[in-house]
Ligand binder design. Sequence first.
Ligand code: BGC
Length: 753
Amino acid sequence: MKMNIKKILKELTLEEKASLCSGADFWHTKAVERLAIPQIMVSDGPHGLRKNDEDSANPQEAIKAVCFPTASALACSFDRNLLTAMGKALGEECQAEKVSVILGPGCNIKRSPLCGRNFEYFSEDPYLASEMAAAQIKGVQSKGVGTSLKHFAANNQETRRMTVNERIDERTLREIYLAAFEGAVKQASPWTVMCSYNRINGYHSSQNKWLLTDVLRNDWGYDGLVMSDWGAVDDRVEGIKAGLDLEMPASFGKNDKMIVDSVNNGKLNMKALDKCVERVLKLVDKAEDSRNTCEWDMEAHHELAAKIAEQCAVLLKNDDDILPLNKEEKICFIGEFADKPRYQGGGSSHINSFKVTSALEAAKDFCKVEYAQGYITTEDKTDPKLLEQAVECAKYNDKVVIFAGLPESFESEGFDRSHMRMPECQLELIREVSKVNKNIVVVLHNGSPVELPFFDDIKGLLEVYLGGQAIGKAACDLLFGKAVPSGKLAESWCMKLEDNPSYLNFPGVGDEINYSEGIFVGYRYYDKKKMEVRFPFGYGLSYTQFEYSDLVISENEISDDQTLTVSCNITNKGKMTGMEVVQLYVGDKESSVSRPVKELKGFEKVSLRPGETKKVFFSLDKRAFAYYETAINDWFVEYGEFEIMIGSSSRDIRLSGSVYVNSKSKLPVQFTFNSTVGDVLSCSEGREVFGGFIEKICCSMFDSAVSGIGMDMAMAMIREAPLRGIITNDSRPEINRVWLQEMLDKLNAMLEE
Ligand code: BGC
């Protein structure tokens, strides 16, 4: 630490303090020359460096840099090391360009496939999202550059993103929408967190004390800085009180004045302001202290982008082993994306790539391929000439690879999609080509799932998402078998949009939206409802095959303060070296609250030569078994048997076993006159206190009231009645309110022990 922050805090005037709490321009913090406080620069993020000068926010004017695969692709790698490697490369670029904080990664949950910004987010699963984000953050920050984990929290749609009010219950927030951030914050301590635009349960994230202070700092122990998303500030003074340290970009002094006035008129406590200023100073100090001269090699980073993209692509169909392609055959590439790949999304993350490798160019390393453009991307209109050329081309080639997907106008930051369809002109192209050639492989470029009406007409499907500037090379290496696909889907693909759990509540009515599906997002929903999906979460094929064996679960029973170790063997049974993503899911076999059938709690990616076997280990702690219990504001494990499932996808479980988990904590239960008979009888203490009493009452009650019903039915009915019903239905005078109160006191005392 170079700055004496305590001393500086004493020397700063109120006006200077207020000024430090907002940006100087679009990308810089403010300096205070008098006290030698420098300014630092921040830039987007998340999958490349978009460095603009102070006044420009136009991505086209940014410096030339490398566009790595977007998060939509990255998460499919299920590879922490790869994300860290990318993070290191980004860190080097930032150091060389004197950028102190890169704005990313984004770990919002993919609630709906329609969210225009899904390409910038990792997954529908919070555990996967947090692991990916943590790995990226560790990489960037190892180079002395900060990250900004964004958009905190629940920024799951672009429609009315700055005003929408999301009604989300706390359990859902904690288990799904916040959990993705929690893991990344706790594991990787991002230098900064960026608050989201939206409101949650009535509060703008930029002034939500519960979110920014109670949860982020107090519950999770975060000690970094919170900045606003660009323009997310509603009431700056409320923001200071809530723990929003830095407003970005500049408010041209207007909000600074509001802060000064509020301190002067007693509406804002100086202590609250000091806390924010201190965190700004700490960030500036850390950034300056970590500054070094770093050189980076653009070409080497381009190669890295290709390597990463290769491990992100997901092989979704490979009938008759159409892939890898045989170089000796006649092959044609069809579709504009073969020549001009769509490899990144629109908006603030748009990188000014120093070069782009197309598949058409990369194919030259393998063999001669013919090319037909097939469709245009400027509008969704069939060009009859291009279509005819493509069909002709397909006729006399052995194999046809169609490069298709979503043009930029279909999905971007700033708006949501209204459907999941691909452009009609591309669908028509695939339809017509499939009439003349049965050997079709489709390579898809898109940031989020699409409907696949042509699925049965093609033999191969390779999903590359928005795979970065080197995607053409990665795609060709995979198509021609120089590399073996190893990506797995980080999101479920529903058959049709209407199947998605958010369908009835997306994007809301006016500014209001209810997250009524609760925790049942993605596979948590499809599994619970036993629904057919196009592709399940975690799915992806390889050119080789893997066998799973020898599941070992370290204990039969543990308590929730212990760690369980699980291991299994993976063997490559095929003929090519390949990588498998081994996935571990946990399911509570019986639960009194509604829980998903299974949840991802571990994954490892292993590389295996043909015939090779490796042992994979997982360790599971309390969180792997717990749900968030609002009655105790904490995570809670309900005693019982949990299933441990290991598989190649969420719907391809190869090994399973179970473990009993005991809870170290108890839920506070207090019974009252209005507790139901069923609730009392479901706990052992309740059964002890009320003994066979209720049964007796039940018999007598139903004997007299309803003739001819059996004891089972009578008991089932009385279980739903409140305890106060017992006293009114028993003719004995000693069974009265005083008696019931005594019984309840005894029971509640036992439960407190
Ligand atoms: C985006 C952020 C981005 C910021 C700066 C905002 O509109 O939501 O993700 O970091 O702009 O460009």
